[in-house]
Design a protein around this ligand. Sequence first.
Ligand SMILES: CC(C)(COP(=O)(O)OP(=O)(O)OC[C@H]1O[C@@H](n2cnc3c(N)ncnc32)[C@H](O)[C@@H]1OP(=O)(O)O)[C@@H](O)C(=O)NCCC(=O)NCCS
Length: 163
Amino acid sequence: MDAQIAISRVDQLDLVAIQPLVDENTAEGWLFLSKAVLAYQDGRNRFAKPGEALFEARFENELIGLGGLNVDPYLNDGRIGRVRHVHVLKAFRARGVGHSLLQNIIEHARKEFKLLTLRTSNPVADRFYRKLGFVTTPAINNATHHLQLTDKIYLPRAAWADD
Ligand SMILES: CC(C)(COP(=O)(O)OP(=O)(O)OC[C@H]1O[C@@H](n2cnc3c(N)ncnc32)[C@H](O)[C@@H]1OP(=O)(O)O)[C@@H](O)C(=O)NCCC(=O)NCCS
């Protein structure tokens, strides 16, 4: 990755700097960043629960990428984290920025969680997450990909999908 690009953990979502990412995310047909901003503003999700974190990528001072780690909000299990709201500005893709964001998220997640989930319908993201070691089977409710964070496989029975 370009030496001028820095990944860092932040306590707050920069609501001004994120706007170009939100606009691009929406224009690409995804709604998750505009929803994330609303959830942050009304306090539903501030990435502040135990184990949670927010990471940003900046080129010089410009925000060019974002990635969050939440307790999985669908599985009701504090040992399962979820990768959320990952977006890298198109102009900076395929340079390893997403990979670095995820490395930071995964490293942080290992401290608190046993399993990391996410959901994506983007084929580029599918390839991206598989390269990072995420798998798609066995299926987990409300997730498309997951990554085991410890040697022992952790799959809460109640979380298995029916199909
Ligand atoms: C998915 C996404 C986050 C990936 O971000 P990224 O910064 O492009 O990711 P990386 O650069 O780390 O890796 C992407 C690809 O670039 C390649 N790459 C990485 N560094 C590279 C370099 N220096 N030169 C050329 N290619 C490179 C990677 O090998 C990878 O290749 P692949 O397409 O064969 O998998 C980005 O495409 C995105 O924001 N998409 C829209 C939003 C989205 O779908 N988010 C995920 C929702 S959960």
